[in-house]
Design a binder for this molecule. Structure first.
Ligand code: LLP
Length: 420
């Protein structure tokens, strides 16, 4: 779970700050993050990688708020980006393009130019076509693009089908069987410079074996590619390490890193620089989403459901609606009395708009609930559906409380629109 989250008496606190007080001060829906929890998660990777050439590239799609990026940049992280917009955010937060890897299955030419100009460390290329386009753009810009091929190792990460990415029949990566040919092609193009290999097999992975299988498949390829005279500098094992939402027991980052380094050593690849692209495991359990209870609707009969309607909705946090994801829900201030079973839902006009189903909670209107483990894929997936302004965000840093994103204003939502 989240080490920085604890009950002090009746109050649920993050990094020692009472969440109900933060809700009162900043309003709801409100995302609250612990900077200390993010840094601690990052240090778990760093400690295990100590003494190795490595770069931990934070997969910023998980949470791309500038203050979050700044936190990781200052800690020495690199970044895994998937768009020109994410690159602009890294630079705005003081991050360094030379520590950025650019992933994604459909980069536009404009994004390639932007990234070449910024000087990103590496393009994770996902197709033969992309090699040709990137080559042309690099030549036109008078430079050589550093490339790594994202290989689809065809291993089952054992996760939700929507977030599993390393299997055949998946849109991501270059098929293992075509990878050697793609490397030969890349090495023949004057605008490209082969620097690495990478894979990413999925997200919310709770077991080590899929990682080790993927690494083995990758190293088989590295050996074949180098035998063909093309040196591979770094091995990027992707992200995907899971977190505890309820009763999952994923390996910790240190155990994952140690297992992968050991396999690299055993196979004689211990000298290589190793890259990671973790997202969720760095930020997921560092954040909560606070919501106020608006309405309680009691079931009419024994078959009916009780609904606890809160002011956060699927537009604020889409994971339950989109993946049927289970996220913990806790009252910020515990109250005595019965705890009926509720479906905790938002005000959006969709039956899929729910945050938690069948949760026993002692609540009353006006109470504040915390949705736990909301630091990853929460705010970054938020939308304005139902013309709902997006939530504010707060970051706690020891005794300090920073408002890192203002609550969106309705006028901002249609500022770019024009009447006929
Ligand atoms: N690298 C690549 C190329 C990726 O596509 C991803 C995530 C990551 C790294 C980081 O994966 P992580 O360490 O966060 O698992 N919205 C979904 C998760 C989508 C993951 C997409 N790719 C969710 O809320 O569960």
């Amino acid at each position: 779970g989240a080490p920085f989250l604890a009950r002090q008496g009746r109050e649920l606190c993050l990094e020692g700050h009472a969440l109900a007080e933060l809700a009162a001060r900043f309003g709801t829906p409100l995302y609250v993050y612990s900077r200390g929890a993010m840094l601690r998660a990052f240090q778990a990777y760093e400690r295990a990688l100590h003494g190795r050439r490595h770069l931990v590239c934070y997969a910023m799609k998980a949470n791309s708020s500038l203050a979050v990026l700044q936190t990781f940049a200052q800690a020495g992280a690199g970044f895994d980006i998937v768009s020109g917009g994410e690159l602009a955010r890294v630079l705005a937060a003081g991050g360094d393009a030379s520590r950025v890897v650019f992933s994604g299955v459909g980069k536009t030419r404009a994004e390639m130019r932007q990234a070449l100009q910024a000087g990103v460390r590496c393009f994770n290329v996902e197709s033969q076509d992309e090699l040709d386009t990137l080559n042309a753009e690099a030549l036109a810009s008078g430079c050589r693009a550093p490339v790594s091929l994202r290989v689809n190792p065809d291993v089952d990460a054992g996760t939700h089908p929507y977030i599993s990415t390393g299997l055949k029949g998946n849109k991501f990566g270059i098929a293992h069987a075509q990878a050697l040919g793609a490397y030969r092609h890349a090495a023949s193009l004057p605008g490209l410079h082969v620097v690495g290999i990478d894979c990413h097999i999925g997200s919310q992975i709770t077991q080590l074996p899929p990682y080790l299988d993927a690494l083995d498949r990758l190293l088989d390829l590295v050996e074949a590619v180098e035998a063909a005279g093309i040196p591979i500098h770094h091995v990027d094992v992707g992200g995907g390490l899971g977190i505890t939402y309820t009763d999952e027991t994923p390996p910790d980052a240190g155990a994952l890193v140690r297992a992968l380094l050991q396999r690299l050593d055993e196979r004689g690849h211990g000298h290589r620089e190793v890259l990671f692209e973790p997202g969720r495991s760095l930020v997921g359990n560092a954040g909560v989403l606070l919501a106020e209870v608006l309405v309680l609707k009691h079931a009419l009969d024994a078959e009916g459901k009780n609904f606890c309607i809160v002011d956060a909705a699927m537009n604020d946090l889409v994971r339950p609606a989109m993946y049927e994801a289970w996220m913990g829900i806790e009252p910020c201030v515990q109250r005595d009395g019965p705890a009926p079973v509720w479906d905790v839902v938002g005000p959006v006009c969709e039956s899929g708009d729910w945050l938690g189903r069948a949760r026993a909670l002692a609540v009353a209107p006006g109470d504040v609930l915390a949705v736990l483990s909301a630091g990853a894929y929460g705010m970054t997936m938020a939308s304005n559906y139902n013309t709902r302004p997006r939530a504010a965000e707060v970051m706690l840093d020891g005794p300090r409380v920073h408002l890192i994103r203002e609550r969106e204003d309705v006028r901002q939502l249609f500022a770019g629109e024009r009447l006929l």
